[in-house]
Write a protein that binds this ligand. Structure first.
Ligand SMILES: O=C(O)c1ccccc1NCC(=O)[C@H](O)[C@H](O)COP(=O)(O)O
Length: 221
């Protein structure tokens, strides 16, 4: 699974789909350079319908914000990138009728302990770099975390790796962590909020090759 997050123009959305992205992410967070107004989000999401899984990213949404955004973007998946507790994740699943992925910020080994509370509740877990103190954004900061922290993770736990990935490091990240899903935003941009079609294509190509190599390693006797 490859997710390109923070898409905000038809051209870059088309570039992500043409490159073979499995998921495309749309951000609703007013402080973000990737924030989409509802009508803009509705148009972009409609372009991707049936071509890639559309992920609506929200941060601690109220029920009203949730309802408005889901009605406009009609996402296939909701991604929660704030401090939503497991009970709120379950409530959002029930309210929207959509699968919910929960992002958890990771900086040190003990942060991985939070996975247990969401396992069996969230439909997917994204491990992202914890936002630096004082950062305006809870995600999308272009910062990696220490991938070696994932060495002890239960291999049956399918997580999506995020944070500071780019076309040059995604293969190393996949080889180091053995994840089967990756997520990128800043690493395929020319500046904050501006996606670069060439970087998107390079990222998807590098990730696909690395997934294929990892799969071969798993199946070889
Ligand atoms: O991308 C944003 O602007 C954003 C804003 C608020 C919450 C989350 C946000 N992005 C989350 C993502 O899904 C990113 O893809 C993820 O954090 C990785 O970002 P990056 O390190 O920039 O690749």
């Amino acid at each position: 699974m490859i997710k390109i997050c923070g898409l905000s123009t038809p051209a870059t959305l088309e570039a992500a789909i043409a490159a073979g992205a499995d998921m495309v992410g749309f951000v609703r967070f007013p402080r973000s350079p990737r924030h989409l107004e509802l009508e803009h989000g509705r148009e972009l999401s409609a372009l991707a319908r049936g071509r890639a899984r559309r992920v609506l990213l929200l941060v601690d949404p109220s029920d009203r914000e949730l309802d408005e955004a889901v009605a406009a973007l009609d996402p296939d998946i909701v991604q929660l990138h704030g401090s939503e507790a497991p009970g709120r994740v379950a409530a959002i699943q029930a309210r929207t009728g959509r699968p919910v992925m929960k992002a958890l910020g990771i900086a040190e080994a003990e942060d991985l302990g939070r996975i247990a509370a969401y396992r069996g509740v969230a439909d997917g877990i994204i491990l992202d770099a914890k936002a630096p103190r004082g950062s305006a954004l809870p995600g999308g900061n272009g910062l990696p975390f220490d991938w070696s922290l994932l060495a002890g993770l239960d291999p049956r736990l399918d997580v999506m790796l995020s944070g500071g990935l780019d076309p040059a490091n995604v293969a190393e990240a996949i080889a180091a962590t053995r994840v089967r899903a990756v997520d990128v935003s800043s690493g395929v941009e020319s500046r904050p909020g501006v996606k670069d079609p060439e970087k998107i294509a390079a990222f998807v190509q590098a990730a696909r090759a690395a997934f294929a190599a990892a799969q071969q390693d798993r199946t070889e006797p």
